[in-house]
Design a protein around this ligand. Structure first.
Ligand code: PGA
Ligand code: ZN
Length: 433
């Protein structure tokens, strides 16, 4: 069979933070090959697939020799003869070989690279771009981007407590237009920062690394940047925040806003965000509470989940089971899908399908540590996720994904449909009409 795996190999490459990561290659009997890199998070949830690192002194303990050796040894042997076109069976084989629920033995960084490389190889065997291979002839939408303007939290020396200050352009006609509007906002923000002496560099995902006095200060600056760019906040351009509250959790149901030297209870945290939602053109909020606080996530959902997209990242960790549990508790209306959080392509797709079945939004997302790998642009499109989160509008590991989306949209030609408001859960979409 032309999609029979004949070889699997891995090597160490480097990510956008200069840290080692795993790249895998899969070769098929028909001559097709696929390649993929594992990304790496900084604000990781405890329930993610395990990232296997070497420990010790070398590379600050972040070496991936063991993960690479696992691919070249055990994984290569186990996958020889497997069918790359049967992703579910291939991933099940990886799961069984690892033998732990969180892929802790071989490492989710090893399995995700192999799982994705096999997917690329299967697409190549069909002679199709990955997005088209995944779409299988169904009509799919070009995803709506959320794009970081200011980076904070664990990605910028905790210069703001909120991790991502992002924008979305849901009423654009195309990804091309959404990116053009974002470029205006991104540069207006940079000028504003420079003029006011608050520009301190670039954060891990390429956003401006600002020197703000409060989180609110950042919200004001972002709103002002949208205005100055010539676009209308709350009309054309909306704000999206990733609070990444897990990073603010100091235990005992308390959250510490270090920038403002304030400590909040869960209820106060929910109310703080509700207050921002009332006063700023915020359309989407991610992780307003910490990873195990399903009750707090439910409180946030009841407070503003009818108008605002409420995304679970660290709390859902790309797990279908956690998505269903959250929905049963009335918590959240969207899931962040990070393939490496799940560790396998099939597991990530299952989380997306679970969200879709609930009428939730889904956002295929990069990690703060990325490479030139553009797989997520194809997954977000081919899976018809509706939304994509890549980081900011600078640094080539980010721009590579935006540029790939432009190519995909162009390849669709007159058939291309931009997801726009349809990307959100129904009540959120209704608010945009
Ligand atoms: P991470 O951050 O990749 O550092 O986990 C991204 C996010 O929180 O969405
Ligand atoms: Zn997040």
């Amino acid at each position: 069979m032309k999609t029979t795996i004949t070889a699997v190999r891995a090597r160490q490459v480097w990510d956008s933070r200069g840290r080692p990561t795993v790249e895998a290659e899969v070769a098929l009997a028909g001559g097709a090959t696929g390649r993929a890199c594992a990304p790496a998070g900084a604000s990781r949830g405890a329930h993610e697939a395990h990232e296997l690192r070497d420990g010790g002194a070398r590379f600050g303990g972040l070496g991936v020799d063991r993960a690479v050796a696992g691919v070249n040894g055990e994984i290569a042997a186990a996958l020889a003869g497997a069918d790359a076109a049967d992703q579910a069976a291939l991933d099940a084989r990886l799961e069984a070989l690892d033998g732990t629920p969180n892929l802790g033995r071989l490492g989710g960084n090893a399995t995700v690279a192999v799982s994705l490389a096999a997917l690329h190889a299967a697409a190549a065997a069909e002679g199709l771009p990955l997005w088209a291979h995944l779409a299988q002839g169904r009509k799919v939408r070009v995803p709506l981007p959320e794009i970081q303007i200011f980076g904070g939290g664990a990605h910028a020396g905790r210069r703001t407590d909120v991790q991502d200050f992002m924008v979305m352009v849901p009423k654009a006609d195309s990804v091309r237009e959404a990116l053009e509007v974002t470029a205006d906002v991104f540069h207006a923000a940079g000028r504003l920062m420079a003029e006011t002496g608050r520009l301190a560099g670039a954060a891990d995902e390429g956003g401006w690394w600002p020197a703000f006095d409060s989180n609110e200060d950042a919200l004001q600056a972002l709103t002002q940047s949208i205005e100055r760019s010539g676009h209308r906040p709350g009309e054309d351009v909306f704000i999206s925040l990733d609070i990444a509250a897990n990073e603010l959790d100091v235990g005992g149901g308390r959250y510490r806003l270090g920038l403002e030297t304030r400590e909040l209870s869960t209820a106060e945290m929910v109310e703080q965000v509700a207050d921002w939602v009332r006063r700023y053109p915020i359309l989407s909020i991610e992780d307003p509470v910490s990873q195990d606080d399903l009750d707090g996530f439910g409180q946030a959902t009841r407070a503003y989940g009818d108008r605002v997209q409420l995304i679970g990242d660290d709390i859902l960790v790309t797990s279908a089971e956690r998505v269903r549990r959250a929905a049963a508790a009335g918590a959240g209306n969207a899931v962040l899908v990070k393939v490496n959080q799940a560790g396998l392509v099939s597991r990530a797709k299952a989380a997306l399908d679970a969200a879709r079945a609930l009428g939730w939004g889904a956002i295929v997302s990069a990690r703060s540590g990325e490479t030139e790998d553009v797989s997520i642009a194809h997954l977000a499109t081919g899976w018809d996720a509706g939304q994509i989160k890549v980081g900011s509008f600078a640094r080539s590991e980010r721009m590579a994904k935006w540029n790939e989306l432009l190519r995909i949209e162009e390849a669709m030609g007159a058939d291309a449909v931009f997801a726009g408001p349809s990307a959100f859960a129904p009540s959120v979409a209704a608010g945009l009409a």
